[in-house]
Design a protein around this ligand. Structure first.
Ligand code: ADP
Ligand code: ADP
Length: 217
């Protein structure tokens, strides 16, 4: 489902954020991406989503070479991907409902299906009944859940999460990971980046460890 072939990414300024990475993630896998700040976790997720392009090597998602796709073709890959990024990118000039519907608008959904899906996604993350609120009225943890609802509302096959448990207390972090587990159980492929490996231990999944852009044992 996701394949990296000798992928390197050098940012302007000369930093090799990831170096010659080769690996494969199969459909339906739940994979944790571990490593300290600066290890290259965000870069790896952005390469999968086509937000960054590799300096060399190939990134394949669903057998398509994301690194070669034209800007026009990229949205077709993106509709299979849900993104949960560190800076939440919540829009505070509109309601919870209108935040969650954004991916559906981009894909071109309309009519009653939009409302049904948004309410299903909010229900899934435990925010049922909060759709009319402004996101400013939500707690930090609830805002995180809003981001998760927005990431899954279009039922993506792949869910990418960058430090989704950062700044959350331990119990709350586990709730969020349980939520991810429920997506895993319905067949979604998940890649979750986090620097706190102790959280992952309870889930006993595959862990890819990054250090200075390379895998370590
Ligand atoms: P992590 O998510 O593990 O903290 P990142 O992928 O964000 O790691 O960063 C890996 C390295 O690439 C770091 O040294 C970081 O400073 C650098 N980097 C990340 N994004 C950029 C950018 N847009 N321009 C230049 N350097 C960057
Ligand atoms: P829907 O009413 O949209 O068919 P469900 O009630 O089956 O959704 O599930 C509730 C929510 O769980 C969905 O809106 C979606 O956010 C998430 N979800 C369930 N299954 C999947 C899946 N296979 N891929 C992505 N997200 C899913």
């Amino acid at each position: 489902m996701i394949q990296f072939q000798q992928v390197s990414k050098r940012y302007p300024g000369g930093i090799d954020a990831v170096k010659q990475l080769s690996f494969e993630i199969r459909s339906g896998e739940l994979v944790f991406l571990a490593g300290h700040s600066g290890a290259g976790k965000s870069t790896l997720l952005k390469l999968i989503a086509g937000i960054e392009r590799p300096t060399s090597g190939a990134v394949l998602v669903n057998h398509q070479n994301v690194s070669r796709l034209s800007r026009k073709a990229l949205p077709y890959v993106r509709r299979h991907i849900g993104l949960i990024f560190q800076d939440h990118k919540i829009l505070f000039d509109r309601s919870v409902f209108d935040n969650v519907r954004l991916p559906l608008d981009i894909i071109g959904f309309s009519g009653p299906e939009v409302r049904r899906r948004v309410l299903a996604a909010l229900d899934k993350v435990g925010l049922a009944g909060k759709e009319s609120l402004n996101p400013i009225a939500l707690s930090g943890g609830e805002q995180q859940r809003l981001c998760i609802a927005r990431a899954v509302v279009h039922r993506p096959a792949i869910l990418l999460a960058d430090e989704p448990t950062a700044n959350l207390d331990r119990d709350y972090a586990h709730d969020i990971l349980e939520l991810f587990k429920s997506f895993h159980q319905v067949g979604v492929t998940l890649v979750i980046a986090a620097h706190d490996e102790s959280l992952m231990a309870d889930y006993g999944r595959r862990i890819l460890r990054l250090k200075h852009g390379e895998f370590t044992a």
